[in-house]
Structures are given as structure tokens and as C-alpha cells.
Ligand binder design. Sequence first.
Ligand SMILES: Cc1cc2nc3c(=O)[nH]c(=O)nc-3n(C[C@H](O)[C@H](O)[C@H](O)COP(=O)(O)OP(=O)(O)OC[C@H]3O[C@@H](n4cnc5c(N)ncnc54)[C@H](O)[C@@H]3O)c2cc1C
Length: 427
Amino acid sequence: MVISGDGHPNILKGSGSMGPLEDGQTAIIIGGGPAGTSCAITLKRMGRELGRDINVIIYEGMKFDDNCIKRVGVLSPPLTQTLEEKIGVPFPCQGIERKIAGYYLHSGDAKIKLYTGGKLSFVGHNVAIDRYLLDKAKELGVRVIPGRVKDIKLYPDSVAVESDLKGAKGAKGDVLVGAFGLDAETAYLLEQVTPYKTPKALFSVVTRIPASPEYLKGCEDYLHVFLPTTLGDIEFAVVTPKLNDFIVNVAGPAVTEESLEQFLALPEIRELVPPEFTEVGGRMVSRPLPIPLEPAQNSFGDRFVTVGDTSGLVRAYKGNGINSACETGTKAAEVMLKVGISHQAFRDYYTAFSDIVEDLPYGRTVRQMTILGERYGTMPSALRAAAKDRTLVNVLVDFLSGTKTYREIVGDSGVLRLSLKFIKGIP
Ligand SMILES: Cc1cc2nc3c(=O)[nH]c(=O)nc-3n(C[C@H](O)[C@H](O)[C@H](O)COP(=O)(O)OP(=O)(O)OC[C@H]3O[C@@H](n4cnc5c(N)ncnc54)[C@H](O)[C@@H]3O)c2cc1C
């Protein structure tokens, strides 16, 4: 083991060039989700524009087939622009099952309809999107190794990984990109060789409720967001209509399969899903899946950078993680090509997302208020009051759609009135 000057294992402060990646240098990316593939595609495409051919290797431990757990796959604006304008790949129209025009926000017996004013989201299968981006990366010459990384080494002048793929040698490169989502085992590997600390997370349990195309045709193109007042461990839940099913996910710090079943038994859910839906049997339920709540600590350093969920640079509680993954992936690639691969260079990457970091305290406050409103049952009356007031409706649309930061929304005049309605009645 190599020990650095500051006592941290395996990190040595830089000898060797850590300037912009040069022709023939190698980037090793752990994870072929949207963050890893966006990074890989940009390294290849932008590298060529700059007259450099970068070797890019992605390690991906999963087969993106239909046995993968469906998450939700809501592609929110501005993903179309991120893909087409920043990453240079067409939006995957063939993978889209439905468009989404707005939200129904439910709490207790209250329900409010929120139209996003023509800003459409799209629902696809998240695995189809992952596969599409990975194929685009392969077309550009990215080498995809179908194995899980099980060892990481960082040296002053290089990086190296070993995988669990039988017969495959490890790879050596110039820079390491952590794009492994919130995979705990891989986070542990990186934590052993760098000061990186995985982000704090919220958990979500997901299931799929089959429904006939006729039944689903009768449903509006709206997502249903629930802020339950009676189920303490669920902070929010989302029911998403697709082409042949509804995807239901419940989220909270400690949600379980049981929380999901309790949610599915609520009368407001029974109204939404087909009457023949039965609570048990044949339904696949995911394990609790993590969603980052805040940025990781020490998310970059000499010769390494993290992107997507691994970096935690996502808009807290906004649900557009796929777009954030693509944006962070492509920005990290741009910095590696134009600025360098040192700790100093990656500061440029991190500061490009300072709006996300600065928005955290505002996001946390909104989250705490929502939890209080649920716990003390003031949420339904606040929703009913908001429904009668156009300004308050717009504030709620902004909260849910993720197009504005929390800070921008809090600066809005309607928020104070909305807050008072939520707080009224809390002992
Ligand atoms: C229940 C749920 C629903 C969601 N719904 C939405 C939604 O509707 N819309 C939205 O925009 N976002 C949604 N998200 C968030 C979104 O899924 C993530 O933000 C996004 O997938 C992050 O992309 P990523 O590339 O950073 O990580 P991931 O998509 O998690 O990809 C990481 C990849 O790394 C691979 N990997 C991990 N460790 C290793 C290793 N050691 N070796 C090789 N490969 C490895 C994994 O197999 C995985 O494929 C949801 C999340 C959850 C949990």
C-alpha cells in the first residue's frame, strides 16, 4: 500500500502530468449508468473535436436486460436539451411509453391538480435508457467490460482497477471516474483509497402494478404524488402510469416492503389502480433503493472524480436524477479534457454545480416543513387552501417540477403565505 504525505492510504500528491488528458491517455469509468456513459461519450466526442483520441473503459457489473428492477424512468426537462445539446445524442424517443403533463398532489382526502404549463416530462423504462446510452458509448469506441470492479488503486502517475470477470486482466489508466451510483460495496472500495465519503441517502421501495392498455388509456397523463399523513415512515410516494402498468414507489429514511403494502391499502390508491389488483402474489418488489440527499464528501481529488449519484450532485428531493447524472458526467469529461485531472482542476467541475450545493439548506427546510405538515395533519387543509389561489398553485408546480431551485422558489412572494398555511395548526 502506498501512503501519502497526509497519511491517507494510496493517495500521493501529484508528480507526473495532471493537465488536460492527452491523445492516447486512458480514463477508467466504474459504472455504465447515465452518469458513466455521458462522461464516456463526451470524452470520446469532445476529445476528437480537440484532436485527441482518449481511451475510455467502462466497467459495468449489470446486464441491462428486462430482469433489471424497474425504477421509474420519468425523464424530466431539461433532459432533452442535456442529451442533444451537451452530450450530442438524440433523445431516445423509441424508449418513451408516455408523456406527462403535470401532477396530482394528494394528502389525506385532499387532492390538487398541477399543470406544468406545457413543459412535458416523458416516462420510459430506465433500463432501456441505460442500454441506449451504453450502446451510444460503444458506437463511439468506448470499451465496455462486463464485470464488477473489486479493487481500486491510485498511484501518483496512474490508476488501476481489478474486476471479478473471469480471465480478464485489470486495467491501468490515467484517471478514475466513480459513476457507480450509491453501490455500497464500490463506495467502500473508493473510501479505502481516497477521502471520499458516500452521500447520505433516502430509500425507495418500488413495485409494478399491471394494468390493461384500455384501463391506462382512461388515466390522465399525470403523475400522482402522495404526501401521506397516516404512514409515518413514508415521506412521499409516487404512482406513475405507464403503457402496461403503474409504477409505485414509496420513499423515506427507513421504508420497507411493509410500508409499500400499507400505502397500497390506502383508499386513495385503490381508487387509482385497477380494482382487480390484489395486494399479494406475483408482484416483484424491489429492495430499498438509495437516493442521494446531499453531496458526497471529498468527491474528487488527484486523478479521480465522482459523477451522478456517486457525487450526490443532484437536486435534492426533485426526482430528476437522470438529468443530473448526465450533466455531471459530461461536465467532468469537459474538465478532464480542457483543465486537467488534478484535485485543483476538478474544483472547476464542482463549482459548476454550486447552485445545487447552495440550494441544500433551502431544500432541507422545505423537506422538514413537509414532514411536519404530514405528521400534524395540516397538509390536506393547506392543499385545499392552495387550490383556490393561482399564485400558490404555481409555487407548488415549481416545487414539484424541479425547473427552479428551492432558493428561487423561496424568494417567491407566494411561499410565505403557503408556509403559513402549512404551519397553521402545528402545535
Ligand atoms: C426508486 C427510484 C426511482 C427513481 N426514479 C427516477 C425518475 O423517475 N427519474 C429520474 O430522473 N431519476 C430517478 N431516480 C434517480 C435515478 O435513477 C438516478 O439518479 C440515476 O440512475 C443516477 O445515475 P448514475 O449513473 O449516477 O447511477 P446508476 O444509474 O445507479 O448507475 C450506476 C451503475 O454502476 C454500476 N456499478 C456499481 N458498482 C460497480 C462496480 N463495482 N463495477 C462495475 N459496475 C458497477 C451499477 O451496476 C450501475 O449500473 C430514481 C431512483 C430510485 C432509487
